[in-house]
Write a new protein. Structure first.
Length: 474
C-alpha cells in the first residue's frame, strides 16, 4: 500500500505549494492568503440549438489578484468542474509569477464536448458564455484576460474579442481583452506554437546543465534522446515536432485516447498528426505498431516522458512503474502530489509544469502588450536595423577588397535581415525560459533542503507573490 493517498487536483496543487512554503519564512497568515482561491463564478445559461434549449455550465475562477489583469485560458471539456478550474487558476498564479508575466492567475471552463457541435453552434455558445463573463468584468483588458486552453483555439478567442468589442464600443484597448487571437484579429505571430516552443526551450536549457542532467541519470545533449509523448494536441504536437525536427530527439511513442503508436526508430510527428486529424485517433496509422493499451506504453522505457494532455495521468496507480528518468510536464498538473512523492523517492527528475508549459502565457503577455501599444513588434526598427547593418557590411567589404577577402554570402543575408515580429517573439520566449530555468536551478542547488525543481519553482514564485503583497501593505 502506498504511504500517501491520492488527492484531487486542487488539493494536489495545494500540497505542492505547502511543501515549498514549509521551507520559507513568510509572515504569519500570508501563505494561507496566497494559497486560497479568491473567487469562482459559476454560470448556467441556455442556448437554443436544434430546436430546443440546451443549458450549459461554465466557470471563471480568479485565484489571485496580487497583479491585474488576471490571466489564464478557457477550457472546453466534459471534465471541466470547479475543482479543476480552481487548481488551474492557482497554477496560473504561480506560473505567471515564475516567468515574470505581470498577471494574477485565473482560469475558465465550459462543460461541453466541442466535437458534438457545429462551428456556428460553438460560436453561439461561446458568445453567450463570453457575454456572461464580460458583463461581470471577468473578461476585460485591465482585469481578466483569457486565452486558449484544451478544446479552444484562436477561433474561439476571435469570437470572444468581437463579443467584447460589441459590448464596449469605445474601448480603445478592446483587443487586449483576450490573447491567442488569430493574427488578423490582433493576435501575435508565434502564439499558436508558443507552448510547444517553450517546452523545447525548457528541454534545451535543461541539457545545458550537465550537473542537472546527471541527476536524472542521463548524459550528453538532447540529440538522440528517446521521447514518449502523451497527447498530440496543440502543445504535444508542437513540442514533439520541434524536438524531433530541430533537436534530433526520437519520438518513440505517441499515446492518444485510442491507444499508442510505437516505433523505436522514431515516429514522423507530422504524418501522425495528419492521420489523427483525418481519422479522429491513432488507430489504423500504417507507419507504426499500434498498442491498444496506451496507459502501459506511458510506463515504457525511454529517456524523456512528455505528458501533454490531461492532469493526473501520472498518479498512484502507475508512479511506481514509470520508467522514464526525466519527466517534462508539458500539460498542467499531469503528476498528482502522491505520484510526485513516489517519483522523487525513485530518483526520477521532473521539469515542472509551471515552468515547462509557461511558453503559452509568456507569448500571451507579448500579445497583450502589442494590443495595448497598437503596433506590431519590430515595425519601427526593422528597416533602421537593416540600414545600419548594411553600412557596416559595405564598410567591411570596402576594407577587405584590397586584401582579396570576401564575406560569406549567408553571413551577409543573415546580418542584413532586421528583426521581424516572429524573431522578437522567439527571442523573448527563449530568454524567458532560459533565465527562469537558471533561477530555479540556482535555488535547487544552493539549498540542501530543496530536493527538486518543482519545489524550487514554487519558492521562486511564492517569494515574488509575497513581495507583491507586502508592497500592497499586506
Ligand atoms: N492556457 C494556457 C496555460 O495554461 C495559456 C494561458 C494564457 O495564455 O493566458 O498556460
Amino acid at each position: 500500500m502506498p504511504s500517501v493517498i491520492e488527492t484531487g487536483f486542487r488539493d494536489s496543487v495545494d500540497l505542492m505549494f505547502q511543501r515549498a512554503v514549509a521551507l520559507m519564512d513568510l509572515p504569519p497568515g500570508l501563505a494561507h492568503k496566497i494559497r486560497v482561491c479568491n473567487s469562482t463564478y459559476t454560470v448556467r445559461f441556455g442556448v437554443r440549438l436544434r430546436g430546443r434549449i440546451e443549458t450549459f455550465t461554465g466557470y471563471r475562477s480568479v485565484h489571485s489578484e496580487h497583479m491585474e489583469p488576471v490571466k489564464g485560458g478557457i477550457r472546453y471539456s466534459l471534465d471541466v468542474n470547479q475543482d479543476e478550474v480552481e487548481a488551474l487558476a492557482a497554477l496560473m498564479t504561480y506560473k505567471c509569477a515564475l516567468v515574470e508575466a505581470p498577471f494574477g492567475g485565473s482560469k475558465g471552463g465550459l462543460c461541453l464536448d466541442p466535437r458534438q457541435y457545429e462551428e456556428h453552434e460553438l460560436e453561439q455558445i461561446t458568445r453567450r458564455f463570453a457575454y456572461e463573463l464580460i458583463k461581470r468584468g471577468l473578461i476585460h483588458p485591465a482585469q481578466n484576460v483569457p486565452a486558449p486552453d484544451m478544446g479552444t483555439s484562436a477561433r474561439e478567442m476571435a469570437w470572444i474579442a468581437d463579443q467584447y468589442a460589441r459590448m464596449n464600443t469605445t474601448d480603445l484597448n478592446a483587443r487586449a481583452c483576450v490573447t491567442g487571437k488569430p493574427i488578423h484579429s490582433g493576435g501575435i505571430v508565434g502564439r499558436v506554437e508558443a507552448t510547444g516552443r517553450g517546452v523545447q526551450y525548457a528541454a534545451q536549457e535543461f541539457f545545458r546543465h550537465p550537473k542537472d542532467v546527471a541527476k536524472a541519470g542521463l548524459s550528453g545533449g538532447l540529440g538522440g534522446k528517446r521521447v514518449i509523448v502523451q497527447g498530440l494536441g496543440n502543445v504535444g504536437y508542437h513540442a514533439a515536432k520541434f524536438l524531433s525536427e530541430e533537436d534530433g530527439c526520437r519520438i518513440i511513442a505517441i499515446v492518444e485516447h485510442d491507444g499508442a503508436l510505437v516505433d523505436d526508430r522514431g515516429l514522423d510527428v507530422e504524418a501522425v498528426k495528419r492521420w489523427i486529424v483525418e481519422h479522429g485517433g491513432v488507430t489504423g496509422y500504417p507507419g507504426a505498431t499500434h498498442h491498444p493499451d496506451g496507459a502501459a506504453v506511458l510506463e515504457g522505457d525511454c529517456d524523456i516522458l512528455l505528458p501533454a494532455a490531461m492532469e493526473g495521468v501520472i498518479n498512484l496507480g502507475n508512479a511506481e512503474r514509470i520508467r522514464a528518468p526525466l519527466i517534462l510536464e508539458a500539460a498542467n498538473g499531469p503528476t498528482t502530489f502522491g505520484a510526485d512523492e513516489i517519483l522523487r523517492k525513485r530518483g526520477r527528475l521532473i521539469i515542472p509544469d509551471m515552468f515547462a508549459n509557461a511558453g503559452g502565457v509568456t507569448v500571451s503577455y507579448f500579445e497583450w502588450v502589442k494590443n495595448l501599444s497598437h503596433i506590431r513588434f519590430g515595425r519601427m526598427e526593422r528597416r533602421a536595423e537593416e540600414s545600419r547593418a548594411r553600412l557596416l557590411v559595405e564598410e567591411l567589404e570596402r576594407l577587405s577588397a584590397d586584401r582579396g577577402w570576401k564575406l560569406a554570402a549567408d553571413f551577409k543575408d543573415r546580418f542584413l535581415t532586421g528583426n521581424d515580429e516572429l524573431t522578437l517573439v522567439r527571442s523573448g520566449l527563449e530568454d524567458t525560459m532560459r533565465t527562469t530555468y537558471q533561477k530555479m536551478s540556482e535555488v535547487w542547488h544552493s539549498r540542501d533542503d530543496v530536493e527538486d525543481l518543482r519545489t524550487a519553482a514554487y519558492i521562486v514564485s511564492i517569494r515574488r507573490i509575497a513581495d507583491a503583497y507586502s508592497s500592497k501593505g499586506l
